[in-house]
Design a binder for this molecule. Structure first.
Ligand code: CO
Ligand code: CO
Length: 309
């Protein structure tokens, strides 16, 4: 076993031979959007993301399904599975089996297997002082999906957030592997700061974040002002309180956005300063358009995170 439970990493890694290791992850959740096909695509993209965050290459997956077939037509389930299968196809893998059980609300996700060279694992523990941090998707996904649940989202908000959530982290991962980066994780339920904290504590470093460089989805600031925020985001916000040094004038909305629980968020990559601009350029060129340098890794034995404007 190369990476297991104790590492708080994105996926487990098991060495098979000198040149080959297996990367394994599983994730599933209830619907985050109304359209079943989109939900399937999002759940699959989210499950695959943990393989990409390790720098791995997915090879196969299994469906995990819970479905209330007494109260919902089977055609809806077919749409969910079609969404998942289409994403798997885009990732160039096959779904080779799965399991379904009866549940009160739909649940969907994948257990994914990937491969990686044992010496090329991009763990959370490799960040070095002086590295720059690159984020590849905008924040605010949790806030928008909460607006959807509360009937406060416009069709254009839905369209935009579905596009962001269903986008695979495949290209971002391939580009970062080409450049050889130090550490990476994907931004999901613990929010940007929560997952950054996993990198800083695993690497024994601190970080400085520049809020004005953080990409945020449209309308998210407004929604945060109206306190349209998921419960998970509020608990992330409370959990992070003692671990973050908030700079002057960092408003409560900004803190919530930085702690927003994401579904299928982007990669957070720690890369040496000399490679950062080129890596960013390559991401842009290959279509990962919302990427941005959002901060830097600093020396700090206490592993604290500073947020400034
Ligand atoms: Co992850
Ligand atoms: Co995960």
């Amino acid at each position: 076993m190369l990476i297991g439970y104790n590492s708080v990493d994105d996926a487990g890694v098991y060495k098979l031979t000198e040149n080959l290791a297996l990367v394994q992850t599983v994730d599933f959740f209830p619907p985050v959007v109304d359209d079943p096909y989109d939900y399937g695509r999002i759940a699959a993209a989210n499950s695959l993301s943990d393989i990409y965050a390790m720098g791995g290459k997915p090879i196969s997956a299994l469906n995990i399904v819970g479905y209330p077939k007494e109260v919902m037509p089977l055609s809806v389930l077919e749409e969910i599975l079609k969404g998942g299968a289409d994403k798997a196809k885009e990732a160039r893998i096959s779904i080779i089996g799965g399991h379904t059980l009866k549940t009160k609300e739909p649940i969907y996700g994948l257990s994914v297997n990937g491969i990686i060279h044992p010496k090329k694992i991009v763990s959370n523990a490799g960040a070095k002082p002086g590295d720059l941090l690159i984020l590849t998707k905008p924040l605010g996904i949790g806030i928008i999906t909460t607006a959807i649940k509360r009937d406060k989202a416009s069709p254009e908000m839905v369209k935009e957030v579905v596009k962001v959530m269903s986008e695979l982290n495949k290209t971002a991962s391939e580009v970062m592997v080409e450049y050889g980066v130090k550490a990476c994780t994907d931004i999901t339920g613990y929010g940007f700061l929560g997952h950054l904290c996993e990198i800083t504590s695993a690497s024994g470093v601190g970080a400085k974040i520049y809020l004005s460089n953080i990409p945020v989805l449209d309308y998210v600031w407004k929604l945060a002002e109206q306190k349209i925020v998921p419960g998970g985001t509020l608990s992330n916000r409370n959990f992070m309180e003692g671990k973050v040094d908030w700079g002057k004038d960092i408003c409560e909305e900004a803190k919530l956005i930085l702690c927003d629980a994401q579904t299928s968020g982007g990669l957070l990559i720690s890369v040496s300063k000399s490679k950062a601009q080129k890596l960013l350029g390559s991401l842009e060129k290959r279509g990962v358009k919302n990427s941005s340098i959002v901060g830097e890794i600093i020396k700090d034995k206490k592993c604290r995170i500073r947020v400034e404007w």
